[in-house]
Design a protein around this ligand. Structure first.
Ligand code: NAX
Length: 329
């Protein structure tokens, strides 16, 4: 029998947490043969609701779930953690300036990064979901100097999955016919969902969707980039189950590998590839194998793609400069 894997989830009592924890405990994160211990981190006001979620987890009698810890201490939550899903964050409220938002999140992701640095297992893998995800991941990573930088990632898999679904619909194929989609840059409205490198049922992504530049610019890209707002408008609440699903996909792919002939999108620390300044946490096309990822190299980018990537990366650089000025990194 295998040693249980310690999975820490922050913001565990929130709506993404509620959609996420049951799938982790049922084996969808790491595999149907991998037992898990869950560590739920909440702020004091969230602890009671987290207890309720833990009661429901008990009531599922999941064979793989070996233990649940509920705490408001980051040191306790990350003690021996192998996987950290950083979901809890400070949302932007009315009248809040960007500086205030970054400051508030720095107060969360700085200490959590330090707790990971000091207490997590040597093989810790971190996924930041809480927004602004890329810059929160950067703050956590910079506060964990003893952890290899590549262990800190930010989630753009929801954007990736949204793009795959839109492309399949437009091309009239099933989602498994859509390969090599990329989300570049920031998980924000400036993100660049790239269909030009995609392969759809043996054609290029552009051809398979009708070779229609106007559709790409005025429909595909904004639909993917603004999907979060559209969900809020229609559902009356922000994406939760699809976000949890994407977090599961992100970690599962990272641990278990990308299929041959395909890649995925992850926000990762840039090594300077494709002109993205080194150190920024930006989304790239990546392949994964044996728990490691590599940026897909050698893609030819059109002027259109280049300009879109540069714009989103410029936003990331601005966010980095802002948190640097605030003394958060
Ligand atoms: P909720 O407000 O439902 O839940 C957040 C939970 O985090 C709350 O229970 C709160 O008590 C807890 N929390 C706050 N600060 C904490 C701290 N310092 N330590 C531990 N827990 C803390 O939000 P939910 O809908 O679950 O969304 C969570 C985050 O995901 C938000 O920041 C949201 O913007 C972000 N998202 C990111 C996405 C992505 O693709 N990267 C997509 C979905 C989602 O919008």
């Amino acid at each position: 029998t295998r040693t249980p894997v310690n999975v820490t989830v922050t913001g565990a009592a929130g709506q993404i947490g509620y959609a996420l924890l049951f799938r982790i405990a049922s084996g969808h994160l790491l595999g149907a043969d991998v037992p898990v211990n869950l560590r739920l981190l909440e702020i004091p006001q969230g602890l009671k609701a987290a207890e309720g979620v833990a009661m429901e987890l008990d009531d599922c009698a999941f064979p793989l779930l070996r233990g649940i810890t509920i705490t408001d201490s980051a040191a306790t939550a990350f003690d021996g953690a192998n996987v950290g899903l950083l979901v809890g964050a400070r949302p932007r409220t009315a009248g809040m300036e960007r500086g205030d938002l970054l400051q508030a999140n720095g107060g969360i992701f700085g200490p959590q990064g330090k707790a990971i640095n000091d207490h997590a297992a040597d093989d810790i893998k971190v996924l930041v979901v809480g927004n602004p995800a890329n810059t929160n991941a950067l703050i956590a990573q910079r506060n964990a100097p003893d952890v290899p930088a590549e262990r800190f990632t930010a989630m753009t898999r929801l954007d990736h999955n949204r793009a795959v679904a839109q492309l399949a619909k437009k091309a009239g194929v099933t989602v498994d016919d859509v390969k090599k989609v990329t989300i570049w840059g920031n998980h924000s409205a400036t993100q660049y969902p790239d269909l030009f490198q995609a392969e759809i049922a043996g054609k290029s992504g552009f051809e398979a969707t009708g070779s229609d530049q106007a559709w790409v610019e005025n429909d595909f890209i904004p639909t993917v980039a603004k999907r979060g707002a559209a969900i809020i408008e229609v559902r009356g609440a922000s994406s939760a189950a699809s976000a949890a699903n994407a977090a599961i996909d992100h970690v599962h792919t990272w641990v278990n590998g990308t299929p041959a002939g395909d890649w995925t999108s992850m926000g990762i620390v840039s090594d300077g590839s494709y002109g993205v300044p080194e150190g920024l946490i930006s989304s790239f096309p990546v392949t994964t194998k044996d728990g490691k990822f590599e940026i897909v190299q050698g893609l030819e980018l059109s002027d259109f793609s280049r300009a879109r990537i540069d714009a989103s990366v410029a936003e990331l650089a601005e966010e980095r400069d802002a948190v640097q000025q605030l003394g958060l990194i």
